[in-house]
Design a protein around this ligand. Structure first.
Ligand SMILES: [Zn+2]
Length: 105
């Protein structure tokens, strides 16, 4: 089952992370690592994210690796190289995890 995530669901209007449950935090940390990795390697067609599948949740045992790509409409698609886990992330552009736009203060 694909996990479709709109990044804005996790953020308030200032782009700061909302108060999350422990479970949501785990998923959100997983997703932010994908966004960081994809935005850093945006020119690559397929990005090996340094992330194991089982970090999505506490009860998961799959040790597969996550691969991700970014579509032309700026939707990140990711999947596990071992199990059926997959998902999409939208509205990540311009967030603080979008390394392309990161500025030094
Ligand atoms: Zn997996």
């Amino acid at each position: 089952m694909a996990l479709k995530v709109d990044f804005k669901q996790f953020l308030d209007e200032k782009g700061e992370v909302l108060a999350l449950t422990e479970q949501a935090k785990t998923v959100f940390n997983f997703l932010t690592k994908i966004v960081l990795s994809v935005s850093e390697n945006i020119e690559q067609p397929l990005i090996d994210v340094d992330l194991n599948c089982n970090t999505r949740g506490t009860e998961l045992s799959c040790e597969g690796s996550i691969e991700a790509s970014c579509s032309s409409i700026n939707i990140i698609e990711w999947h596990c190289d071992t199990c059926e886990a997959s998902g999409t992330i939208s509205n990540w552009k311009g967030s603080i995890w979008d390394i392309q736009k990161r500025t030094i203060h």
